[in-house]
Unconditional design. Sequence first.
Length: 376
Amino acid sequence: MLTSSSTLSDIRAKITARERISSEDALYLWREAPDADMRSLASQVRARFHSPGACTYLVMRIINYTNVCVAQCDYCAFYKLPGQEGGYVLTHEQVFAKLDELLAMGGDLVGFNGGFNPQLSLDYYCDLFRAIRQRYGERLEFYALTIAEFMYLADHANLSYLAAAERLKQAGVRWITGGGSEILTEDFRRRHSKFKYTVADYFAAQRALVESGLRTSATMVIGFDETIEERIEHLERTRAFQDSLISASLISASPVAAGSTDSALSSFLCWTYKPYFTQLGGIEITTSEYLRHLALSRIYLDNIPRIRTSVLTQNERALEGLLYGADDFDLPIEDEVTQLAGATISLNFDKLLATARTLGFTPTYRHVATGWNQPA
Ligand code: SF4
């Protein structure tokens, strides 16, 4: 049970002195700190990495290359079991058409996210990613898979995580995101996704990715039935994992500069659970709760340079996250997984960017492919 003997002014003093807050402090902040204090403390930590008023964004799409999955997470409205009507696997041509459309809309980042499909071999993935690299070169970058899918395909191919990562690297892969983390506590996974690997497996796979020279990221999803203590445990495990990479000299110990291409947790993205048409069901958390959680994440994750706010699940109001410590956001054009569970997507990018400006921020396009930023 977490209890803190600190007061709000003690915690503020720690943050001003660039000291770390504890899990107990985080719980205290969550329960006791007014919103205005959460905002100002998060902005203080944000300023260690980013100029006040600066933020970045990118136009991207998720390509859901298959919806066939054997994991059966109870919060998922997307999957079909093998042989079930409606299951699909996209062809290369269908993937290329989606990539061409993304480029035409000014985007240059794509994330692949499908299911644990027993019909797809490691060769399927390597062929697809090699074909994309050959066809598009540096015109776009892709996040090939989430860690959860990566673990499944390594197991399925009977390879160690390091060996599977090496095969993907040879096919032109540079990134595998931290997706599939949801809430990183063993108990949460037992409750909702018992076929989706343990927390210990998750970090073992992520460490293998970093050791193999692939880049990765941290993610989180809130709004299921998790407790605040579970949310804080997720943040603690994430921070500790980044620390372990630093102590193993896998990344630099100095605060990693924003925009760094270091192969470690360069960003943290949290989005919210959409409960519609899922077995778990439930009701959505409020945007106010999401924003407070973003602030807590910014304060807690003092070793991760970039905190991203989720336009995909919070729409225009996600941009208020910039006031709560976030510094980066996606403008998504597609993600079937969240759309099937109730997410809605706006393609009115001008309006979204105007909202960021109204809040006092200057958005700059972040090109993951080439690592340079360009004013909107
Ligand atoms: S969340 Fe992902 S792993 Fe879980 S059932 Fe859905 S597609 Fe499968």
